[in-house]
Ligand binder design. Structure first.
Ligand SMILES: Cc1cc2nc3c(=O)[nH]c(=O)nc-3n(C[C@H](O)[C@H](O)[C@H](O)COP(=O)(O)OP(=O)(O)OC[C@H]3O[C@@H](n4cnc5c(N)ncnc54)[C@H](O)[C@@H]3O)c2cc1C
Length: 434
C-alpha cells in the first residue's frame, strides 16, 4: 500500500498540475495539505513584518477555492499554520508516511526547504509545475544561461518544446482525513473592500483565474490589442491581469500558452497575441535567473555587481516618503498611492517608481524590492527581485536604465487622468511606518 503527503505550495490548482496528477496516480492513500506562510524577506535595516492585506486576501481566497474544488472530488484539504518541518514531522509520525509530492519551486528559501526535508529523510517527488518550459527542455545548461533576455528567448523559441497540458486528474483511491493534528488552522479571508479605482478587482482562486482567461481572450478579445494597450495605467483591460493567478499557481503558464495558441488558430493571430507569450517568456527567463543566481538576487550587488557604481543609500526617512507617495513627483506618488490602496501597480508604474528610487533618490534598491514583496497582490520571487535587479543595473541589464518620470507621465498620462485619480483620493490609503 503506497501512502503519500501531497503538499500544495505555489500551485493552488487542479487543472494542469503535474505533481498533483502524479501523487494521485501513484498512491493508494494521500493526505492533502497546505501550510500558511505569511513571512517576507527583510533586507538589512528594514523590518516590514508580514505580507500586506491585499496579497493575504488573494492567497486566502485562492486556498478557499482550492478547498472547494477538492471537496467536489471528495478530497479534504488540511490547512496548517506554523513551522512546516514540525507539521510534516507530525504527519509522518501519525501516519507513517515519509514521501511528499509537491511542486519544485523557484527561489532560494523554497529550495532550502526542499533540501532540509531531504536531510530529514523525507522523500520528495517534485514536478516543475510553475514553469512554461521545463529545465530539461532548455537548449543550454543553467551554467550557460544567457545574461541577456533576447538570446535566451531566441534559443528557447527555436529549440524548446512547451509540454502538453496534463490530462484530467485520475480518481483518488483514498484521501486521508485527520482532524486531530496539532497545527491545523482555518482559512480566514480578511474583509477589506476593494478601492473603487482598483485595476485589480479580481478575487483569487482557480475558477476566477479560468474566468479571467476566458474573458480576456474569448469574450472581450482584448488580447488581440494587448501590444497597443499594455502600457496603460487605468482599469482592468489594458493588460491581462493574469499575474496574481500565476503567482499563486491558480493557473499554469502552460494552460495560458495553449489557450493563446487556440485563440490564434480560431480567432486571430497578430503581434499582440505573440506579445503576451513574449511576456510569459520574460517570466520564464527570470525563473531561471533566480535558479542560477540563488541568494544573490536578494543582495545589493545582485548577480552582476554594481557596474554603474550607484550609491544605494539607506536613508529610511526618504524611503518612507517614497513608500507613502510623498516625494512630490506626482507620477511617482500616484503610482505608490495606487499600490498602497489596491495592492496593484501597472508595469509602466513599476518601472518608473523603481527607477525613481534607484536613480533620483539614490536609495537601496533591495528596500524597494522588499516593499513591493510585502505589498504586491501578484508578488512572485523571481519576477519581483529580478526586475528590481534589472532596474538597479545589478542583474541582467547592461545599460543604465533611468526613466524620466515627467516625460513618462507626458507620454502615458497626457491629460493627467491617472494622477488625478490617485492624488485626489489619497484618503483611505494605509500610511506606512516601520
Ligand atoms: C520593479 C518591478 C517589479 C515587478 N514585480 C513583479 C512581481 O512581483 N510579480 C509579477 O508577476 N510581476 C512583476 N513585475 C512584472 C510586471 O510588472 C507584472 O507581471 C505585470 O504588470 C502584471 O500585470 P499583468 O498580469 O496584467 O501583465 P501582462 O502585461 O498582461 O503580462 C502577462 C504576464 O506576463 C508576465 N510578465 C509581464 N511582464 C513581466 C516582467 N517584466 N517580468 C516578469 N514577468 C512578466 C506576468 O506573469 C504577467 O502576468 C514587476 C515589474 C517591475 C518593473
Amino acid at each position: 500500500m503506497k501512502k503519500s503527503i501531497y503538499w500544495f505550495r505555489k500551485n493552488l490548482r487542479l487543472k494542469d498540475n503535474p505533481s498533483l496528477f502524479n501523487a494521485i496516480k501513484d498512491n493508494d492513500e494521500v493526505i492533502f495539505i497546505y501550510i500558511i506562510d505569511l513571512q517576507t524577506y527583510n533586507p538589512n535595516g528594514l523590518d516590514i513584518h508580514e505580507i500586506g492585506d491585499f496579497r493575504k486576501k488573494f492567497i486566502m481566497e485562492s486556498v478557499l477555492d482550492l478547498e472547494k474544488n477538492l471537496k467536489s472530488k471528495k478530497i479534504h484539504l488540511h490547512v496548517f499554520e506554523g513551522d512546516k518541518f514540525k507539521i510534516l514531522e507530525e504527519i509522518r509520525s501519525s501516519h507513517g508516511i515519509d514521501t511528499i509530492y509537491c511542486s519544485k519551486e523557484v527561489g532560494w528559501y523554497e529550495e532550502e526547504d526542499e533540501k532540509k526535508l531531504i536531510d530529514k529523510n523525507f522523500e520528495l517527488i517534485m514536478s516543475e509545475d510553475p514553469h512554461l518550459i521545463e529545465e530539461r527542455e532548455l537548449p543550454f545548461n543553467l551554467d550557460n544561461l544567457p545574461l541577456i533576455f533576447t538570446p535566451f528567448r531566441k534559443k528557447v523559441e527555436k529549440n524548446s518544446k512547451i509540454r502538453n497540458e496534463i490530462r484530467e486528474l485520475p480518481t483518488i483511491k483514498k484521501a486521508i482525513l485527520n482532524t486531530d493534528l496539532k497545527f491545523l488552522s482555518k482559512i480566514e479571508v480578511n474583509d477589506i473592500i476593494n478601492h473603487s479605482n482598483t485595476a485589480y478587482p479580481f478575487e483569487g482562486g482557480e475558477r476566477n483565474a479560468l474566468k479571467r482567461l476566458k474573458s480576456y481572450l474569448w469574450e472581450s478579445h482584448n488580447i488581440a490589442k494587448y501590444k497597443e494597450t499594455r502600457n496603460g495605467l487605468i482599469g482592468t483591460e489594458y493588460s491581462s491581469k493574469f499575474s496574481a493567478y500565476l503567482s499563486t499557481g491558480s493557473i499554469s503558464p502552460v494552460t495560458i500558452y495553449h489557450e493563446i495558441k487556440k485563440f490564434e488558430k480560431e480567432v486571430k493571430k497578430n503581434s499582440s497575441t505573440y506579445w503576451l507569450i513574449f511576456e510569459l517568456m520574460w517570466r520564464e527567463f527570470f525563473r531561471y535567473v533566480t535558479k542560477k543566481g540563488k541568494k544573490n538576487i536578494f543582495m545589493i550587488n545582485g548577480i552582476n555587481g554594481n557596474i554603474f557604481n550607484k550609491n544605494f543609500n539607506s536613508d529610511i526617512k526618504l524611503f518612507k516618503k517614497w513608500c507613502n507617495g510623498e516625494t512630490g513627483q506626482e507620477f511617482i506618488d500616484a503610482n505608490m498611492i495606487e499600490l498602497n490602496s489596491t495592492g496593484f501597480m501597472s508595469n509602466r508604474g513599476r518601472q518608473n517608481v523603481a527607477s525613481y528610487l534607484i536613480n533620483d533618490l539614490d536609495l537601496n534598491w533591495t528596500w524597494g524590492a522588499a516593499y513591493f514583496e510585502s505589498k504586491l497582490i501578484d508578488y512572485d520571487v523571481s519576477s519581483n527581485w529580478c526586475n528590481w535587479m534589472y532596474m538597479a543595473g545589478v542583474g541582467n541589464n547592461v545599460r543604465n536604465w533611468a526613466f524620466n518620470p515627467s516625460k513618462q507621465s507626458e507620454m502615458y498620462d497626457k491629460v493627467g487622468k491617472f494622477r488625478s485619480l490617485w492624488l485626489n483620493k489619497k484618503i483611505g490609503q494605509q500610511i506606512i511606518d516601520f
